[in-house]
Design a protein around this ligand. Sequence first.
Ligand code: AP5
Length: 219
Amino acid sequence: MDVVLLGAPGAGKGTQATAVAREVGLLHLATGDMFRDVVARDTPLGREVRQYMERGELVPDELTIQMVVERLREPDAARGVLFDGFPRTVHQAVALDEHLERMGRLLEAAVYLRVREEVLLDRLSGRWTCQSCQATYHVLFQPPARPGRCDRCGGALYQRPDDQRETAVRRLKVYFEHTLPVLEYYRGRGVLREVNGERDIASVRADLLRAIRQRVPQV
Ligand code: AP5
């Protein structure tokens, strides 16, 4: 089984994806986390990717698709994947379908976390992220038990540079222009489910699991 988790920057994809993937037995594949790893290695590729991320723009499709396809060849991806932050363009969505088909697999559900724009900006501006395990917190909505430290691994928390307001606004604009059409693509395929992402974190998680199980009852 393969599932896509869709939503704007700040919708709560990262907050939900690890636990949801574990619950339904899928590998959690987050392209944003993968790109942050590439950037941290400070190679020529990392420096190129950094420029796109710092501007709040999408990394080019071919580079993104190649990175995902390579990851899908690894043994732990064989059990099925929960995609977080991918696909972000219709071109990426078509490439994913084609690649899964070549592997004898089929995307069975695309779940969209719906959140209003003004809520998204509040969430991004108050977010803190763990430097080690990438877990996310919010200064008001989901504070860590110890200020500045990750509850999960004890790592230091930092504010992502692309969460600064000007870049966050740019990311939302890019999302509306390039990623919203992906919803229509999946609606057309009959696999799209919508979940209200503005409820509390536990309720959103339960709704997400329900939406996935409506499409795939056996998980
Ligand atoms: P990426 O890291 O994927 O960023 P994003 O999609 O912009 O998503 P975010 O991580 O900002 O939001 P989220 O939905 O995970 O929200 P979170 O759970 O943290 O991508 C970064 C960059 O990489 C892109 O800009 C691009 O350059 C590049 N990239 C990545 N994928 C790409 C692709 N496929 N193609 C091309 N380029 C790509 O939650 C946000 C905050 O809200 C947190 O503080 C959290 O605590 C809080 N919160 C969450 N849920 C709730 C709730 N229910 N109630 C209250 N607060 C909540």
